[in-house]
Ligand binder design. Structure first.
Ligand code: ADP
Length: 591
């Protein structure tokens, strides 16, 4: 029953993913696999011995006068089964350990890759899909290697051993029974094709489940406020239903191979029994023991043969996950560090855009032609209608994206050539939404400077007007911030962000002022903290408040990806252009 199975499975190696999976993982876990393989050889050998010794069992039992032989056979049987048990145990443990290691290694690789990706990558990849890939596809990698190793070593060797026993005991009958195997494979081939398609759909539904849960958690306010529970439950039900349906479909396909093989084996065994009568009476010297040994080997060969014939189906089912894993690992990195990055020299922090043009993937350009100079130690305010490109300017200073043409430079050094570490060290960013990690308040502030002492953190918090409210929290600085600080107000989160930036003490500061109005007290505290923060730093601020605009050293009006006006407040007010109009409508009203 073996040859066509082997060819069928081998064709899997043409699939480059399988080859690569083995190259990358098998070698790394070699010691564990060697142990597992040795154990598997033992399992295969003891299994074949079990069939082989049937002859002696039967013959010694039908001839009980030879006591010595009976005892020998009994002892051998006990030993064989004991060894088989030990070998099975060692094989399972070694294989599982190697598998767990592979999952861990792949998950670390995947996450490291995600961290290397630029911001553009996250615009097009949903977090729930990334989550699914990280958890599922590493498991698939492990599953495939398990299937291959057990298939090729344990099942294949067991089958070879058992077939050898069959041929040794009953050559003619063996030939007959081995002819039946290939028939079974025709059916398996048909099943294969369907499995891959269904598996792809199943993973898509799985991703949807992750997505629904994540959106429910992140958007719980909206879900509750707009009574979207039923809608969300509907989406979840649909996704869960799909996964269930597809899992059933795959199970059905996998299950159908068993009865197929069962029926064929039944025919084979029946044929053998019938033929054995003929040969028993025809040619004489076949002992009952030989026949028993042969039938036992035939019956035992059925299990490994079945697993081998289903090997491709099982591999196919896991292949989709592995493909997703490699897609992610091989995805081009959207933004990479220069090959020989230079350290950004410690300069005053002058930021310059020269003829910068930039578009987010496949969108119309967000910046059409930007040339601005943000003088060191001065505050440059970016104003203009929403969608004009102000945030994009900050993104380029952070080098979250690269301009398509033109350059962004700090102290005369093109950011494309600079090492990420020195660039990010030189810049602080305080945005509208402050992201807090699930850690204590103190650790959240310390993110910007991990080696800061507690005194330095407290000092920064004081300067940020955050110390007072932190003190009032149940565990003070040690209070754990839940998922993104749900119990903190907007103004409090902003002050934590300011404390981070004060602690970091970098020469360049990027600021995106909050648009939503805070209450007067809170607003006053934030403003005061910002004052302390911006003093003496190169500040680029997206301004929404009149006070910020009035205090800025220079104002750039950004509209449709261009700087349409720039100068001091007085100059621009006098000019009576776009700034004047914005000033009259927007800032006056807010001010
Ligand atoms: P502003 O900060 O002035 O409101 P932005 O810089 O946010 O303007 O946006 C400029 C343009 O770029 C807008 O047309 C916006 O739709 C687009 N844009 C902003 N962020 C992204 C993004 N991550 N992916 C694609 N397009 C974006």
């Amino acid at each position: 029953m073996s040859t066509p199975v082997k060819m069928n499975v081998l064709s899997g190696f043409r699939d480059s993913h399988v080859g690569r999976l083995l190259r990358e993982n098998f070698r790394a876990q070699m010691p564990l696999y060697i142990i597992a393989i040795i154990a598997m050889v033992m399992v295969a050998a003891t299994t074949s011995l079990t069939a082989w010794i049937m002859k002696d069992i039967v013959d010694s039992m039908t001839n009980p006068d030879d006591r010595m032989r009976v005892f020998l056979v009994a002892g051998a049987v006990a030993l064989i089964f004991f060894l088989k048990g030990v070998a099975s145990y060692v094989q399972t443990v070694a294989l599982t350990r190697a598998g767990n290691r592979i999952v861990a290694v792949q998950q670390r690789r995947l996450y490291a890759k995600l961290l290397r990706q630029g911001a553009a990558f996250y615009n097009t990849n949903e977090s729930s899909s990334l989550l699914m890939r990280l958890t599922q596809s590493a498991q698939s990698a492990r599953a495939i290697i398990d299937i291959l190793v057990t298939g090729f070593v344990r099942d294949m060797l067991t089958l070879v051993g058992l077939v050898a026993v069959m041929i040794y005991q009953q050559p003619t009958l063996s030939v007959v029974s081995l002819l039946v195997g290939p028939l079974a494979l025709l059916g398996v081939r048909l099943i294969l094709r369907k499995v891959r398609a269904i598996m792809e759909q199943e993973l898509a539904s799985l991703a949807e489940i992750f997505k629904v849960v994540q959106e429910t958690s992140a958007g719980i306010m909206v879900v509750k406020a707009f009574s979207l529970e039923e809608k969300m439950a509907g989406r979840m039900n649909a996704a869960v239903g799909q996964v269930e349906k597809r899992a059933n479909a795959i199970a059905r396909l996998e299950a159908v191979t068993s009865p197929l093989m069962d029926t064929l084996s039944g025919f084979a065994i029946a044929g053998v029994v019938a033929l054995s009568a003929v040969s028993l009476f025809g040619e004489s010297p076949t002992s009952a023991g030989q026949l028993m040994s042969f039938v036992t080997a035939l019956l035992m060969a059925y299990e490994p043969a079945k697993r081998l014939s289903r090997m491709r189906v099982s591999i196919e089912a896991s292949m989709v996950g592995v493909k997703m894993m490699y897609d992610l690992l091989d995805a081009p990195e959207t933004l990479t560090e220069a090959e020989m990055p230079v350290d950004l020299p410690a300069g005053p922090g002058r930021v310059e855009f020269s003829a910068v043009r930039f578009a987010y993937a496949r969108n119309k350009p967000a910046l059409r032609d930007i040339s601005i100079v943000c003088e060191a130690g001065k505050t440059t305010a970016l104003v203009g209608p929403s969608g004009g490109g102000k945030s994009t300017i900050l993104n380029l200073v952070l080098r979250l994206y690269d301009p398509q043409t033109g350059t962004v430079a700090i102290d005369g050094v093109d950011l494309k050539t600079v090492s990420f570490a020195t660039l990010r060290e030189r810049i602080s960013f305080v945005g509208q939404g402050t992201f807090l990690f699930s850690a204590s308040i103190i650790d959240n502030i310390r993110l910007s400077r991990p080696d800061a002492t507690e005194e330095q953190v407290v000092e920064a918090a004081r300067a940020a007007n955050a110390h007072e409210f932190i003190k009032e929290l149940p565990q003070g600085y040690q209070t754990q911030v839940g998922e993104n600080g749900a119990f903190l107000s907007g103004g409090q989160k902003q002050r934590l962000a300011i404390a981070r930036a004060i602690l970091k003490d970098s020469p360049i500061l990027l600021l995106d002022e909050a648009t939503s109005a805070l209450d007067a007290t809170s607003e006053g505290l934030v403003q005061e903290a910002l004052h302390r923060l911006t003093r003496g730093r190169t500040t680029i601020v997206i301004a929404h408040r009149l006070s910020t605009v009035l205090e800025a050293d220079r104002i750039c009006v950004v509209n449709e990806g261009r700087v349409v006006e720039q100068g001091t407040t007085e100059e621009l007010l006098a000019k009576g252009g776009m700034f004047r109009r914005l000033y009259d409508q927007q800032f006056r009203a807010v001010g």
